[in-house]
Design a protein around this ligand. Structure first.
Ligand code: M6R
Length: 605
């Protein structure tokens, strides 16, 4: 994963590098580093932990210079340590890298044979040494090209040179990289978000591109080494802000914000006057679609699973879902009559991007459901459906999940209407129900005080089970994932009907089991499964709708979400699970916004 930044300016750069690195921490936060060119020498500083720790070091011993690169790391090769933190510098060059060099072991062996010594366990250091070696024999551009030719794998690079002390070189293959244009300064960054406070004029590098930036110009080369011109884009201004406001952390802000983010999204897609959905220019005529394949990772994949139910209920189209890391290596039978939908908050997830790329190579139609509209996935797909959730900073995805489900639900409804598969009256009722969703989310959020009590009762448990059927099953998976990533507790989501095929053996006295049983066509079956776990001593938290008539003195807690359309209930039953994971992690005093070992944007395989 990792985030990189580079600034070439006519003034000191270290404080802006630090501010940008803070914005990139969503990509990795196990170590951080900076290198500047100061008095003709490379000045490198790095440390384990957060950017705040690096900032303290720089406060004591300033990093001087008008040219610098910075890095936040999510370890792939070598443990998080000061020595493995980037930049990796030699006497001549300093390199920051996002991605993975797959042939680093063999390159390292060959370089060691010629006498070079390595300081770290990283794959990145081979780039530093290769470049140092080639610079002895070739000019700058040739040395860069020779180095890049040797690399197999993915990279976005930022490179400083001792002897060329007014330029930064950027290069991209597989991992995203953008440049930004400023007044007497230019920037390099893993994404536009990191550059946004300094410029709104951006160019994205394409695969194979190399750029050389100084404070007054940027030169681009394509993968064939030809000088090229690239389009400058003006970034849109965010309506929602990326600061915590009065909230303790981003996650609590983002959970709370769902009542607003859904409103913004609905306003973008639903025309209440015309009682219709504003979705046109589909990349493929909906009446001719044979199959829809919906692909994502992690939480985004859970949104795909929920959407499968809605597409199946509302249309006659065959629906398939897949985890991107599996899809990209399967032997897929592609068809031009299929639509391939990619779901991703960041739009930069490496596996999802690779799966999209595979579709593009097979010349089939693609659509992306993304939050970051300037992301690689958005830019590469035939049709973009933004979720309009605003910046999501907490590593655990909450408002983006609700936004992804909302856009997929709206898409299913519209496709059903175009294919004449939904009666007009039902379509209109569903549209007016969507309008009420933000309000219902607001009402559901009021369960927080009860969730706090429940969290106190269960937070010391060893493990948790989440059960649901139909569209509640993906929410069970999502509830378990949220709890795992935030509280480091073992949690499993299962289809409730699967329990007796093995997992029932896990139930013991006091094990918390969360039952998702809204009053839909699966209700009675799920309630029977609930009785089975209660009979074996489980401590049950039932999540259902208001006006539920289930009375069982053996249910430890119950949460009732407001009654609405069955399909929209799926959104509401998600909220108590987000709050439960949040409050359990909070009682355990864990870092809510940056759980251990994770990163917000998973830009490596
Ligand atoms: O940016 P993406 O939506 O593509 O990210 C996919 C997953 O990495 C992400 O949803 C992850 O599972 C979250 N941390 C879960 O909260």
């Amino acid at each position: 994963m990792c985030g990189i930044i580079g600034i070439a300016s006519n003034k000191q750069v270290s404080s802006n590098i630090i501010e940008s690195l803070k914005k990139l921490e969503y990509r990795g936060y196990d170590s951080a580093g900076i290198a500047t060119i100061s008095n003709g020498e490379i000045d490198e500083k790095k440390c384990t932990g957060r950017v705040a720790a690096l900032e303290k070091i720089i406060f004591k011993t300033p990093s001087l210079g008008n040219l610098g690169i910075g890095h936040v790391r999510w370890a792939t090769h070598g443990a998080p340590s000061k020595i493995n933190a980037h930049p990796h510098s030699s006497e001549e060059v300093s390199v920051v890298h996002n991605g993975i060099i797959e042939n680093s072991t063999i390159l390292k062996k060959n370089l060691e044979k010629t006498g070079y010594k390595f300081k770290s366990q990283t794959d990145t250091e081979v780039i530093t040494i290769l470049l140092t070696d080639f610079l002895k024999k070739f000019d700058l551009v040739l040395a860069i090209n020779k180095t890049l030719e040797k690399l197999i794998g993915s990279f976005a690079l930022g490179i400083l040179f001792k002897k060329h002390n007014n330029i930064i070189v950027g290069a991209r293959r597989g991992s995203p990289l953008a440049v930004g244009y400023g007044h007497n300064e230019n920037f390099l960054g893993s994404d536009s978000y990191a550059l946004k406070s300094m410029t709104n004029k951006i160019t994205y590098l394409d695969d194979g591109d190399v750029c050389i930036l100084s404070n007054d110009k940027i030169i681009f080369y394509n993968k064939n080494g030809m000088k090229i011109n690239k389009r400058i884009q003006t970034l849109s201004s965010d309506k929602q802000t990326a600061d915590k406001g009065d909230f303790k952390d981003f996650m609590s802000k983002e959970i709370n914000e769902q009542k607003f983010s859904t409103k913004v999204c609905i306003k973008e897609y639903v025309n209440h006057l015309k009682k219709d959905i504003n979705l046109y220019n589909f990349p493929i005529e909906p009446k001719n679609i044979d199959k829809i394949v919906i692909i994502g990772c992690g939480t985004a994949y859970h949104a795909c699973l929920a959407a499968k139910h809605w597409f199946e209920e509302l249309t006659s189209i065959e629906i398939e879902t897949d985890v991107a890391s599996e899809f990209r290596y399967r032997k897929i039978k592609f068809s031009k009559k299929n639509l391939y939908i990619f779901v991703s908050q960041s739009g930069e997830t490496a596996d999802t991007f690779a799966a999209l790329d595979l579709c593009k190579k097979n010349e089939v139609k693609t659509c992306s459901v993304v939050n970051a509209v300037e992301s690689s996935i958005a830019r590469s797909s035939d049709f973009i459906l933004p979720i309009h959730a605003g910046p999501e900073i907490g590593v655990a995805s909450t408002k983006a999940f609700i936004g992804q489900m909302l856009v997929l639900y709206i898409l299913a409804l519209k496709i059903s209407k175009i294919r004449n598969e939904i009666p007009k009256a039902e379509y209109i009722t569903k549209i007016s129900n969507i309008k009420k969703l933000p309000d219902l989310i607001n009402k559901t959020l009021k369960c927080e005080s009860k969730i706090k009590i429940i969290a106190k009762d269960v937070y010391l448990s060893k493990g948790f089970i989440f059960l649901g059927r139909g569209p509640s099953f993906p929410i069970a998976l999502e509830g378990a994932l949220k709890l795992k990533e935030l509280s480091y507790l073992h949690a499993e989501g299962y289809p409730a009907g699967e329990m007796k095929h093995g997992p029932l053996a896990l139930i013991e006295e006091g094990l918390p089991v969360v039952i998702l049983a809204p009053q839909d066509r699966y209700y009675e079956k799920t309630i029977s499964n609930m009785q089975e776990v209660i009979a074996r001593g489980a401590k049950v938290l039932l999540i259902t709708n208001e006006e539920n008539n289930i009375i069982s003195e053996n249910i430890r807690f119950s949460i009732e979400v407001p009654k609405t359309d069955n399909q929209l209930t799926t959104f509401l039953i998600t909220i108590p699970l987000q709050l439960l994971a949040y409050h359990i992690a909070s009682l355990k005093n864990l870092d809510i916004d940056k759980p251990r070992n994770l990163a917000k944007s998973v830009t490596v395989e």
